[in-house]
Design a protein around this ligand. Sequence first.
Ligand SMILES: Nc1ncnc2c1ncn2[C@@H]1O[C@H](COP(=O)(O)OP(=O)(O)OP(=O)(O)O)[C@@H](O)[C@H]1O
Ligand SMILES: [Mg+2]
Length: 276
Amino acid sequence: MVFNIGIDLGTTNSAMAVYDDESESVQMVENFSGDPTTPSVVQVLEDDVIVGKDALANQERYPDRTLARTKRDMGSDTTYEIDGTEYPPQRVAGYILQKLKEDAEESEFGDDVDGAVITVPYYFGGSARQATEDAGTKFADLSVFRLMNEPTAACYAYGYQEESDETLFVYDLGGGTFDATLVEVTEDEIDVIDSNGDDELGGENFDDELYEFAREELIDRGASDPNESKHTKATLREKVKETKEQLSGREDAAIAYPTRPTISTRSSCRGLSSTT
Ligand SMILES: Nc1ncnc2c1ncn2[C@@H]1O[C@H](COP(=O)(O)OP(=O)(O)OP(=O)(O)O)[C@@H](O)[C@H]1O
Ligand SMILES: [Mg+2]
């Protein structure tokens, strides 16, 4: 069966959904590993390209071959060089879309994905929107029916369109960006009144702060500077991220770092009481 999907192509994580005719509801499509979201991470190896959880898990092993957070560069002239080949951000997004499409085709919803609606930040300009469309059409063999603004998609996802005439404020603190959007919802349409935010602020910035905190603590305790090795840096960064996420549900958490010292942090450290 041929079917269509909705894709949230995020800076940190991507996700898919379908409209299920039978239940008349939107359902998340799990990826091949059974997860509702797929890390937006691509690893270009000598003979293979890995996308998602496995790429994220191996980023410490292949720091120079791992491409992450590239959505921040969509529509710009930035390219990333690996083995003498230049990869523009839309090519990287293409790998992610291709993986999502393939995983959707393995799901219970159908065998062949024809097209997709892909979400983009409201602030994305013409070139970033074009790059997103190219990622789907040129690199993932996907018909892109529509690019939808993320806050509009959030309203659809929560079913607000069924309520008439409401003005909503949508907050989206993602991995790389923070947006706050005022949206007017009527029975017929969802209109963005205005949106603002910071496209350089997200969970990754919290990770940067926590990383610096942990790094200084380690150096104070006699460990070598984690910045001296890309591998160690990536390992510690992943550890502080895990710890940050634990702190959303707990009062304290420990950074289990694979050298001598273990640093205890409390959720009140440096004001980082909670994140997303
Ligand atoms: N339980 C949690 N507590 C705190 N932060 C969390 C938790 N779970 C995820 N995060 C953080 O949320 C961020 C990812 O959010 P999300 O998946 O919404 O981003 P995204 O949609 O990919 O990014 P963007 O919207 O900027 O494109 C990461 O920084 C991650 O560490
Ligand atoms: Mg997002």
